[in-house]
Design a protein around this ligand. Structure first.
Ligand code: HEC
Length: 151
């Protein structure tokens, strides 16, 4: 009986010790862990991080151009946010909150078939040139922006 009690007390102490260690960890190391998590979840700034990627790699084809009566490629303008959210001939290019379901993300990885249409991998290369995908970091920025709601 007394052994049992001692055992119980021992267990309780251990439990308390574990709780104390947990609290200490949250207080001390927790700062670093939180900082790392925050980095992953840091809100993507459209104007500072996303727009420059489109501007550099996409907008020359995806914009209204008086010299090109056919209009923006695929009917999709990528030079302002409202137009990006509106989409193109294939409909919405972005599903806010769902990067993996967004056409704009899919075409960064390779050719995509939408109904009867074949859409090339983007950025579409110049004639006679090979496709060169955007660097992974840029794709990650675009995906994070969409996953965070494309705001
Ligand atoms: C050299 C011109 C060119 C560049 C650069 C380019 N695109 Fe395109 N894009 C096209 C053309 C042309 C189409 C029409 C479909 C096709 O021919 O593949 C298209 C279609 C699309 C579509 C489908 C639109 C729809 O609704 O049918 C998406 C999404 C897209 N591009 C995204 C991008 C992104 C993102 C970039 C930059 C990373 C980019 N494109 C760069 C020419 C270009």
């Amino acid at each position: 009986m007394s052994v049992g009690k001692a055992g119980q007390v021992g267990w309780r102490l251990t439990g308390a010790a574990v709780a104390a260690i947990a609290v200490a960890c949250t207080g001390l190391a927790g700062g670093r862990v939180a900082a790392a998590a925050e980095k992953d979840a840091a809100p993507v700034d459209f104007a500072k991080q996303v727009q420059p990627i489109f501007k550099e790699s996409c907008v020359k084809c995806h914009r209204e151009d008086p010299k090109n009566p056919r209009g923006p490629a695929g009917g999709l303008k990528l030079d302002d946010k409202a137009a990006i959210l509106k989409g193109g001939k294939a409909g919405a290019a972005i599903v806010p909150g769902k990067a993996d379901e967004s056409l704009l993300v899919k075409v960064l990885a390779g050719d995509v078939k939408v109904g009867e249409r074949d859409i090339h991998a983007m950025p579409k290369p110049q004639r006679n040139q090979a496709f060169k995908a955007l660097p992974d970091e840029k794709i990650a920025v675009i995906k994070n922006w969409i996953d965070q709601g494309a705001k």
